[in-house]
Design a protein around this ligand. Structure first.
Ligand code: ADP
Ligand code: MG
Length: 737
């Protein structure tokens, strides 16, 4: 699994670019001058391979999909064998219900699934898969063989697939209960991706990590994972009755014995209904890296905001600089989870995320503090009580012993952590590496904790209230009719570069995707405020040059270099201004500018979506020019709007090659215009950019809009939605004919 770090994200970004370029097999249309340009469909195989490369990004993503399928098939035993980090072979065998003989011909076609038949099913779904894309994707980038047998059959079937179709009729073969799927030569047809993976440390470690996580949650299933040919399994879990047992068998005795049980059950009153149960490590556990094994509604996910929140508690509550081990299983109403918009989506976003995280954080802190106190008391009763009694009234004393209780003698060598006469030896000195940073009143653990929090987020409450106000503004402007339309419409396709055709009940609408995406990104920026994941830019770019670039682009008379000096001055001033705001931009918006003035990180607004980097200069100029920095609320609104505009799904800057725009790509050879040829590289860049945008509109924008967009009333009248046809009226026309 990728660990969600910005670096990992950056790697994935790079890989997908490499992939997109590699699969590009652009058709070479030869157009005669003045003939109407030919509209063509992108080759199916190109589209499929692009999509497959996104679903299956690395060997571990294939393993995850296969294991999830096995879990969906009610298996009780799943074993995985891996050769060459998964590039040579991934084999997953289960004892589930198997696949019917008659389903085998369409098994690996795209959008064939047994788990979903209509859109509404998504909201009551309990299976892991539902979009029928995983197996199909694997066949586009690897050789897939399936052996399966269903109950009551005397023999099984074996069949191989390539590019979504069977290579031959299923052959009868011997089989044991369940299904065995072999994925061989992964990315054999994507040279760049294969090379990158071969050079990076192989995925076996990631696969072991994935199965370890799966194994502790699904403790009613036994898992094993081994390298091909190895006798010993690297993950081996037996069916176990308790979660703690399964953690013990997978992560070892020393982890299991350092765990504390945590539980939260929120009432309806908190505004967000959820249950959480899990285990967190206590102060005996020592590790350099946090392990957060998180399942939400039984789905293995990542949530960096939660991870950070838990780490803060540990940093503030435990003396040792240990990172925690955390297993949590959260259950919440399905409509509160943004269902997997895309199969590779691991990072979730939740409604009411802040409230949930806050409650979990408090529970972890409480449990941790309780156990920490017990331990401290055992070792240093005398001194500890003395220092607790000195706390001011407003601070919460840390459970002092009832007065008069006799305190036993403590061996001198254990009196290491407290010494009332020497401030450097006080407990908080162990908690906080720089005691002089703390206000004088800090003496209790909870005070230390909140001071750490405050350091991270200087004006947390104040800031949130203005963001809350902006979000309430979004709610109050929402147009109920449009909301209904957006929630229930079906995407038909793009009508032109800006308008999508959508159907709602018996009506057809043209919907302006630029306006819609701009608004959605703006709203999501507010909702994810201060809790963004980051996109790491592979080449940090200097602010001043980017802004200068934007000014030059804006200039209608670029030949006139009289104004160059002026532009440089404006760029300089804007850079200075933004450099003053770096902390705020990083903390709240995850826009990271390093001390040399290079932009190096941007926020993730919608998972699986990266904005068009050609628009970075314009974005920075807009931050410098259009944001009202003095007023907090106006400032947040301005920055969010600038981000919204930057991330909106504008048409790519290269003209659309499938329309008139193809002229843009003709090169003239000498003076002979008749012999014009196409600039293939540019054309293929453009085709990729347009195909990816369309994919994002269908698979990211529309599903996210259904879940999150609160369309403002203005959209009803400003041309964002235009009704183009009503079925009833069409019928009338036909009747007249
Ligand atoms: P999805 O899981 O989204 O439905 P997949 O491409 O992963 O799509 O799988 C397609 C279908 O193949 C599943 O819906 C399921 O019916 C069947 N299938 C895949 N793997 C297995 C398995 N191990 N056991 C039984 N059925 C399976
Ligand atoms: Mg699946």
């Amino acid at each position: 699994m990728t660990d969600g770090s910005p670096l990992a994200v950056a790697m994935e970004e790079e890989e997908s670019t490499a992939m997109a370029m590699e699969v590009e097999e652009s058709p070479s249309p030869s157009i005669a001058p003045r003939d109407p340009p030919k509209i063509q469909r992108l080759e199916e195989s190109v589209v499929n391979r692009i999509a497959a490369g996104e679903v299956i990004q690395r060997p571990v993503s294939a393993v995850k999909e296969l294991v999830e399928n096995s879990l969906d098939a009610d298996s009780t035993s799943i074993s995985v064998t891996v050769k060459d980090g998964g590039l040579k072979l991934i084999q997953v065998s289960d004892d589930g219900h198997g696949i019917r003989r008659e389903d085998l011909p369409i098994l690996c076609e795209r959008h064939t699934t047994s788990k979903l038949s209509k859109y509404e099913d998504l909201f009551s779904l309990s299976s892991m898969g539902f979009r029928g894309e995983a197996l199909a994707s694997m066949t586009y980038v690897a050789h897939v063989t399936v052996i399966t047998i269903t109950k009551g059959q005397i023999h099984g079937h074996r069949v191989s697939y390539r590019d979504g179709v069977m290579e031959h009729e299923p052959k009868a073969c011997a089989a044991v209960k369940g299904t065995q799927i072999m994925v061989e030569n992964l990315f054999y047809n994507m040279i760049a991706r294969r090379k990158t993976l071969q050079n990076s440390a192989d995925d076996y470690g990631k696969i072991v990590d994935l199965l370890s996580r799966m194994a502790i949650h699904h403790n009613n299933v036994s898992f094993s994972c081994r390298k091909h040919g190895a006798v010993k399994a690297d993950v081996h879990s037996a069916l176990s009755s308790s979660r703690l047992d399964s953690i013990r068998s997978v992560y070892g005795v020393s982890v299991a014995k350092s765990l504390i049980k945590v539980e939260v059950s929120s009432g309806e009153s908190s505004g967000c209904a959820f249950d959480m149960e899990g285990f967190v490590s206590n102060s005996n556990y020592v590790a350099k890296k946090t392990i957060l094994v998180l399942f939400i509604n039984d789905r293995l996910v990542e949530c960096s905001a939660l991870k950070r929140a838990v780490e803060i508690v540990y940093a503030a509550t435990l003396p040792k600089a240990s990172k925690p081990f955390v297993y949590m299983s959260i259950n919440l109403p399905r409509e509160h989870v943004d269902i997997n918009i895309h199969p590779t989506k691991k990072e979730v976003s939740l409604l009411n995320q802040e409230i949930m995280i806050d409650m979990i954080q408090s529970e972890v802190e409480l449990k941790l503090r309780n156990t920490n106190d017990i331990r401290t008391f055992q070792e240093q009763k005398v001194e500890y009580i003395q220092s607790t009694l000195k706390f001011s009234k407003s601070d919460t004393p840390v459970s002092p012993l009832p007065s008069g209780q006799k305190t036993p003698k403590v061996p001198v060598h254990k009196m290491v952590r407290t010494d009332s006469s020497d401030p450097a030896g006080r407990l908080h000195a162990f908690l906080q590496p720089k005691p002089h940073n703390l206000p004088d009143t800090v003496s209790s653990l909870s005070a230390v904790r909140s001071s750490i929090r405050q350091r991270r987020n200087p004006k947390e409450t104040a800031d949130l209230s203005s963001v809350q106000e902006l979000l309430s503004g979004v709610d109050s402007c929402c147009h109920p009719g449009l909301l209904e339309t957006v929630r229930n419409c079906t995407y038909v396709g793009m009508a032109d570069d800006v308008f999508a055709l959508v159907q709602y009940q018996t009506h057809l609408y043209l919907a302006n995707v630029v306006n819609l995406s701009k608004e959605l990104m703006y709203q999501q920026t507010l909702r994810r405020f201060a809790h963004f994941n980051a996109i790491q830019l592979s080449d940090p770019a200097p602010l001043s040059e980017l802004i200068l670039l934007a000014l030059q682009e804006e200039d209608l008379d670029p030949e006139n270099n009289e104004k160059d000096h002026l532009k440089e001055r404006i760029a300089e001033m804007n850079t200075e201004l933004l450099m003053e705001k770096v902390e705020m931009l990083e903390e709240y918006f995850s826009v990271f500018i390093d001390s040399d003035g290079n932009l190096s990180r941007l926020p993730v607004i919608l998972d699986q979506y990266t904005p068009d980097m050609d628009r970075v200069p314009e974005f920075l100029l807009c931050l410098g020019n259009d944001v009202e920095w003095e007023d907090e609320k106006a400032c947040f609104q301005g920055v969010s709007a600038a981000i919204g505009n930057f991330y909106a799904m504008h048409p790519p800057l290269l003209p659309n090659p499938s329309g008139d725009g193809v002229r843009f790509y003709t090169k003239t050879r000498g003076n002979v215009e008749m012999e014009s040829v196409l600039d293939q590289d540019l054309l293929s860049d453009a085709e990729t950019a347009w195909a990816q945008r369309e994919w994002s509109i269908q698979h990211v924008l529309f599903p996210s809009m259904r879940l999150f967009l609160k369309p403002p009333a203005s959209m009803a009248s400003n041309g964002t939605f235009v009704k183009v046809a009503s079925l009833e009226k069409l019928y009338k026309i036909f009747e007249r004919c």
